[in-house]
Structure formats: C-alpha cells, structure tokens
Design a binder for this molecule. Structure first.
Ligand code: SF4
Length: 339
C-alpha cells in the first residue's frame, strides 16, 4: 500500500471515523476472523465488547459485558492494546482508567444520543443554578461531562449509589431523564434531571407492547430503565443489561418480551437457549429503531483495520483524564459488591 493512500485515509479519519484505504484488500469471512485473532497475539491486544455490538464482534471478543463490567475489565487488563468495541464514551472511559494502554476503537463516529446531548459546560451551568448540589452522572457521557461530575453511575449500580449520597444535599442527575425518574421512584430521592434520552429506549411503544403482551399471555416483559415510564410501569422486571440477562437465565418463565437494544438477544439466547425471546416493538413500524445505530457502526472489517494500523486511537489531555477519573473511581469504590 502506498504511503500516499494511507496518509489520505488518515487525514479523513476525523470525518469518517475509521480508516478507509483505497485499494486495500481486507480478508473476508473466516480469514478475517483469523486475521483479527493473529493481530491480537501479535499486538498483545484484548478485545472488549458491549452486549449491543453486532453478533460477529460479540463472538470474537475476549470479554463481553455491560458498561460497569467493561470499565473494570479495561482497568484490570495487562494487555498492551485495548480494542474497544462499543461506543466512543466507553473507549474513552477505558483510556481514563488505564492510560498506559493504547486504546483503539473501530469507528469513532460510534456516538450516543445521551453522551452527545450533555456537555461539561451544561453541567457547570446547572451547578451554578443549584449551589450545594451533588452531580451524579450516568456513565453514558463524554470525558468533559465526567470531569464536571461528583460521581458516575451505571445502570447496574445507580440505585446503590444514589441511596448512598448524603440526604442533606440536592442531587443533579444527568443525562438520562428516564433513568433519573426511575431512580427517583425507586429511592424516594428527589433529583434535578438533565433533559436527555436514549434514542433507542425512548422508541418503545407502550401500546404496541401491550398488544404483544395480550398476544403472549405467558410472556414476561423485561425492560431497561432507560425506557420511558409508561413501558417500565408495564414491565414484570426492570434492570440493567446484566440484570436482564440474569433474569432471563434464572426466571421460570419461558417467554420474554425484551425492551432494550436488540443486540442483547444474541447473548441472552446463548444463556437461555430454550426460552423464547421477543424484541419489544417500537412506535415506528417501518424502522429497526430498537437497534442502536451507533453501536452497529462497528464491524469486523473496521475492528481489523483499527488493530492493524492502531487507528483511530483514543488520546486524552492528562489534566482532563485525571478530573474525569475521580468520579469514576468514586463509583468503582461504591460498587465493589455489584457483579
Ligand atoms: S443504546 Fe442508547 S444509550 Fe446505548 S449507546 Fe445507543 S444511544 Fe447511547
């Protein structure tokens, strides 16, 4: 490959999000999987993947998990390179937690409606409006937003953490208003909510899910707390990504209507092969809205390219990293008992 072609691909990275090198032949099928495994050995790399990733990526990962599990895995790895198959804020969190490692992401355009809709500046303005408040921020946010927070939460530990915050301090919760409202109901704590939502979870239709339940009277509805209150009120079980997986595995029911990102069904079906899993329906009958468009930007080809050329890489200013690390460490300390 000519240096010229590589340089052109590199200069297009900020806009495109991944390397697209003219005339480069990328292995396909089994050969592609083998090439990724070879790169893993050659570079002493670890592949971390979120449950919402395309099945082919989940199957090749060394570690599959939700945000909390992946943050821990990133912190503890002794690999030289972390190939993070998830969205941008997750790869950023891996870099914050383990700065000496090279962190690469298949596609930097893999964003998140929650992370993209909340800024450090916005949180600073909220803090100024509510002096004395503590800021608890969902991990689905960028490094600048984390740096302005007092503590980070994930859907696995949010309830425990909110309950642990001093009762005499008001709480600002960002950026997911649905998760925030759910936590207010669960903990009885009044919170000031940032007005953000997940485009995937807000797409579920309470009316259409009610029809699914009527058509499947033996089925249990399970939902992620990023969903709207009307859906959560209907649900037999509400829980984090890991919570939903464990529930399906252990519960006696044989049929589940699943109100969260569809990628989870791949691992769910592996863990409960004889159970029937039905994706919950969304408002728009013509769209695949329960698939996260951002998560699905990552492909095996892009994973191969980012490992081979070690680009795109997550880089971060050290001062910002240290500020963002503090609230993540506060979270990890308070969630040692959560798996
Ligand atoms: S599913 Fe929602 S919260 Fe998760 S990455 Fe996609 S947009 Fe963000």
């Amino acid at each position: 490959m000519s240096t010229e072609k590589f340089d052109k691909a590199k200069s297009n990275l900020p806009v495109r999000g991944f390397l697209k090198i003219d005339d480069l032949i990328i292995p396909q099928g089994e050969a592609l999987v083998q090439a990724i495994l070879d790169l893993k050995k050659e570079k002493n790399a670890v592949i971390l993947a979120h449950y919402y990733q395309p099945p082919a990526i989940q199957d090749i990962a060394d570690y599959l998990g939700d945000s909390l599990q992946l943050a821990r895995a990133a912190k503890d790895t002794d690999a030289d390179m972390i190939a993070f198959c998830g969205v941008h804020f997750m790869a950023e969190a891996a870099k914050i937690l383990n700065p000496s490692k090279k962190v690469v992401l298949p596609d930097t355009q893999a964003g998140c409606s929650l992370a993209d809709g909340c800024s450090g500046e916005g949180l600073r303005a909220m803090r100024a409006k509510h002096p004395g408040a503590l800021i608890a921020t969902y991990i689905n946010c960028n490094a600048e937003t984390k740096a302005e927070s007092d503590i980070i939460v994930t859907s696995s530990n949010a309830e425990t953490i909110i309950r642990s915050l001093p009762e005499d301090r008001p709480i600002i919760f960002a950026p997911d208003k649905n998760l925030g409202a759910y936590l207010m109901k669960k903990t009885g704590r009044d919170m000031i909510l940032w007005d953000g939502t997940c485009i995937v979870h807000e797409a579920f239709s309470m009316e259409r899910i009610a029809q699914q339940l009527a058509a499947n009277p033996q089925a249990k509805l399970i939902a992620h707390p990023e969903s709207e209150a009307a859906v959560l009120d209907l649900a037999h079980y509400v829980g984090s990504t890991s919570g939903l997986l464990n529930f399906v595995e252990k519960d006696d029911a044989q049929k589940f209507i699943v109100a969260t990102e569809e990628g989870i069904l791949h691992e769910m079906q592996k863990r409960a092969p004889h159970k029937k899993l039905i994706p919950a329906l969304v408002f728009d009958e013509s769209c695949n809205c329960s698939e996260c468009f951002y998560m699905k930007r990552n492909t095996l080809e892009k994973l191969y390219l980012c490992m081979k050329y070690e680009l795109p890489e997550i880089l971060m200013d050290e001062e910002l990293r240290l500020k963002a690390l503090k609230p993540i460490e506060a979270m990890l300390e308070l969630s040692t008992t959560i798996k």
